[in-house]
Write a protein that binds this ligand. Structure first.
Ligand SMILES: [Zn+2]
Length: 267
């Protein structure tokens, strides 16, 4: 992948008077927003000389050609007070029009063009075979049907080694923290025999977990600890969910990661 951005865009940059920098940045973010497409551009940064450089706005077709002599016209168009900035420092600057796709691009652009923010995208889980999608949807719909009209969560631990093989439900639990309790239940079913004593078998390696609601952080961690292979769930939980927002299932610091699929399995 090339280190250079595929597209550039021209912007106005100016040095802020340090004591007004915060006020200027607040004003710009509410009154001169850059929009989603340019959300990767930092609005202001302090350079090695201590100057606060601020990205004012995109250069408009009507803006004067010679910036310094006509700085006042540009500031007026944007509604920026002259006392907030060092007027003579207004300049045009070329910045990346697209977000960086790698950490390396981000570093390179930040050094050579303008500071950018790098947000690595969550990788998509592997695409499921058609038969897998059918079986997974059936199991999810069954769970949803069982809990319909309530806000109770429900979970299944399933042994489903091959896409073409039937999925075998090991156990099913309803209620608060259903995923965690279902994992616990499964570990009791797979007891270890050791010197005549029985212990719960906490490793559920290769088994899948199905749940109506996105597991909370605790439940998602329980799936990590028990080495669950894949998680399937229907409804996201914006407040307590441990998957979509937190990404517990793919935390690099943990020694097991699993795939997570939300209901839109076929898309
Ligand atoms: Zn939970």
């Amino acid at each position: 992948m090339s280190l250079e951005p595929e597209r550039h865009v021209e912007v106005w940059v100016i040095q802020a008077i340090p004591r007004h920098a915060e006020q200027l940045l607040r004003y710009l973010s509410s009154s001169v927003p850059l929009g989603r497409e340019l959300a990767h551009l930092k609005r202001g940064h302090r350079d090695s000389t201590g100057a606060v450089n601020v990205l004012l706005a995109l250069v408009s077709a009507d803006d004067p050609e010679v910036p310094n002599r006509n700085a006042h016209a540009v500031l007026e168009r944007l509604g920026v007070a002259r006392e907030w900035v060092h007027t003579a420092t207004l300049r045009r600057c070329v910045v990346p029009a697209v977000a960086p796709r790698t950490g390396l691009q981000s570093q390179h652009w930040s050094r050579t063009l303008w500071p950018v923010i790098y947000r690595p995208e969550a990788p998509e889980p592997p695409i499921l075979a058609e038969t897998e999608v059918g079986t997974a949807l059936e199991l999810l719909e069954r769970l949803e049907h069982e809990t319909q009209g309530t806000d109770v969560n429900a979970a299944l631990v399933v042994r489903w080694p091959l896409p073409s093989a039937p999925a075998q439900v090991i156990c099913s639990v309803q209620g608060p923290h259903a995923p965690l309790r279902c994992i616990d239940e499964a570990s009791r079913i797979f007891r270890d025999r050791d010197n005549g004593e029985e212990h719960p078998h906490y490793m559920l390696t290769g088994l899948d977990l199905f749940t109506v609601r996105e597991p909370c952080v605790c439940c998602a961690m329980a799936a990590t600890h028990s080495r669950i292979r894949r998680l399937f769930f229907i409804h996201p939980d914006a407040s307590f969910g441990g998957i979509l927002r937190v990404g517990v299932h793919r935390l690099k610091a943990l020694n097991h990661r699993y795939e997570a699929y939300q209901r839109q399995l076929a898309s």
